[in-house]
Structure formats: C-alpha cells, structure tokens
Design a protein around this ligand. Structure first.
Ligand code: ZN
Length: 322
C-alpha cells in the first residue's frame, strides 16, 4: 500500500514538474495574420501560407469588390494584420482610405506586380483607358500571384520560408494541371463558336490567354450600369453574329443578361464566377474549382452537346399579335 502511494506521489511529482515544459512545447507559435481583399486571393494565400498563416478576407464569397463599402470591422482587421494582399490594377479603389483609417503597419503586397496588364476603355469616359483588374482569369497570372505571395510571406517570416516555398511549389504544380485542363477544353470548341456574352467585362485575360471572345454590356468595373445603347449593341450582335451563349455572373445583377436573353431568344448558358468564389461547398469555393467550373460551363454551351443556346426567334406575326 505504502509502495503504491509512493509510486503515485512520484508519478504526480513527475507530472507536475514536466507539465509546464510540455505545455510550452504544445503551445502553437502565433500565426502570421494575413488579410486578402477578395476571396480568390484569400484562397491563394491559404494555399501558400498553410498552417503558419491565418487569413481574413474582406470581400467574401459572391461579393463585388468593385463597389464594396468597407465596414468598421474591416478597419479593425487591417489594424491587427501583419501583411495585407491586394489585387491592384484598380480593383480595390476603396482600399487606400481604409488602410489610412485603420492605421495598419502591415506590409502591403500588390499580388499582380509584374503582370502585363490589359487596358480597356473606361465606361462613360470615352478615350480614357483603365487597367483591367481581372488578371487572375489567366492561370499564368495566378502563378505569378503565387510567387509574389510566397516571396512576401518569406520576407516577413523568414523562418517559414522553406515551408512557403514547398507549399507554393506544390500548388504551382496543381495550377499547371489546371492550365492543361482549360486549354484542352477550349481546344474542343469549334473556332466559329468561341463567343460568349457575360454581364461585365471580367474575362479579358481568360479570352486573351485561351482564345475565347467575351462581349459584355458592362465595362471592366460594375460601378457604372450599362446604358440602353450598350444593351442594344449586344442584342444586335447576338442577332447578326449568331453568338451562341449568354451567361450570368455570380457577382453582378442578373437583370440585364435576363433582358438580353428575353429579347433575343438566347438561352442562358449558366452561371460563371468572375470576381469571387462561391460559398464553401458551392461549385467554385476555391480558385481551381472556379476555373474548372467556368470552363465546363463555357464548353457545355459552346460545343452544343448540352442544350444550346439560341432558340429560333419567334416569328414576326407572333411578336405583333402580342
Ligand atoms: Zn469585375
């Protein structure tokens, strides 16, 4: 009995002396606090940062960064951050004021640094060019984003550099595969059918890289509503050029596209994800799933195997009798 007590006491003493050391070992190192302006960037940062980085996103799933109104909570998130990732190229016009208001000392990283931007004429500002911010729609650009994210995380957290390098290399491998998938899918679309109508001009980089033409009633930003003239131009194009498909976007008002579909008899091909991921569990909850989903929707509508696109227009007499 006494022996047993002594053993128990010894065990207890050992536990007491070793407990603090064990607790110290188990305490996880504080994570790097990263903020990404949009959900697509948030996903890229998570892939590179892995367990070392806690990522907050300002404009969440299905959100529109062009017309976002920051909240006081966003300022607090920025104030607590170690590093902030922005897309740049004119996407987050609200960010400069928010950064200033928050007083954040975080490193500011423009992930699109180093890409060759596309320039588009500004809506309601003929003759003035603006950069097209949707550079992630080309996977080659997303690879460059990943390199910028890896390098900047390594700069503020040198101890994690080997981990960021390994994570980035693994993810870049997945992007390589994704690129092949997208190219193979577009290759199967007949050349004379590679034309698509979308809500706003968000697919310029996709079109340029993979050889699809996108036509949109709204410009590279959603801040200006399309004019009646813009909509009439698209309707005329659909009628004269037999454009096979019209798509809704997750971030923009579906009404204009629905009106175009009604007036032309074009069938809506589906919903594509331009500027934001879907909710978790949705069809585009990661950047890779977003690209896969979009290309699947485009090829479904344009290869014509699954329910295509322009219905025969109602006869003139039917229109008049209405
Ligand atoms: Zn956009």
């Amino acid at each position: 009995m006494r022996m047993m007590q002594r053993l128990l006491l010894a065990g207890l003493a050992a536990w007491l002396t070793s407990a603090p050391a064990a607790a110290q070992q188990a305490a996880p190192a504080p994570k790097i606090k990263a903020v990404a302006t949009i959900s697509i960037l948030g996903d890229l940062v998570r892939n590179v940062g892995g367990d070392r980085v806690a990522v907050s996103v300002l404009v969440g799933p299905n959100g529109d960064a062009h017309v976002y109104s920051p909240t006081p909570g966003d300022a607090r998130t920025l104030a607590a951050a170690d590093i902030v990732f922005v897309n740049g190229l004119g996407l987050e016009g609200w960010m400069t004021r928010l950064v200033k208001a928050s007083g954040t000392k975080a490193l500011n990283v423009v992930v699109s640094d180093g890409i060759a931007p596309l320039w588009k004429e500004r809506a309601r500002d003929a003759g003035h060019l603006a950069t097209d911010p949707h550079a992630w729609q080309s996977i080659a650009n997303a690879k460059l984003y990943v390199g910028n994210i890896r390098d900047s995380l390594s700069r503020i957290d040198p101890a994690g550099a080997p981990i960021y390098a390994a994570n980035a290399a693994a993810y870049l491998g997945k992007l390589e595969t994704l690129e092949q998938t997208v190219e193979a899918a577009i290759d199967k679309i007949p050349a004379d059918r590679r034309r698509v109508i979308v809500g706003h001009d968000a697919f310029g980089y996709f079109g340029e890289t993979y050889g699809l033409t996108f036509i949109a009633p709204q410009g590279v930003s959603t801040d200006a509503a399309p004019s009646a003239k813009d909509v009439a131009r698209i309707i005329a194009l659909i009628r004269t050029q037999n454009i096979p498909a019209v798509f809704l976007e997750n971030i923009s008002d579906p009404r204009v596209i629905e009106q175009i579909a009604r007036e032309t008899g074009a069938v809506i091909g589906g919903k594509v994800y331009s500027d934001a991921l879907s909710e978790p569990g949705g069809p585009a909850s990661t950047y890779i799933d977003l690209m896969r989903h979009n290309v699947r929707e485009f090829s479904k509508a344009l290869t014509g195997r699954e329910g295509l696109a322009v219905r025969p227009r109602p006869a003139m007499s039917a229109l008049i009798s209405r």
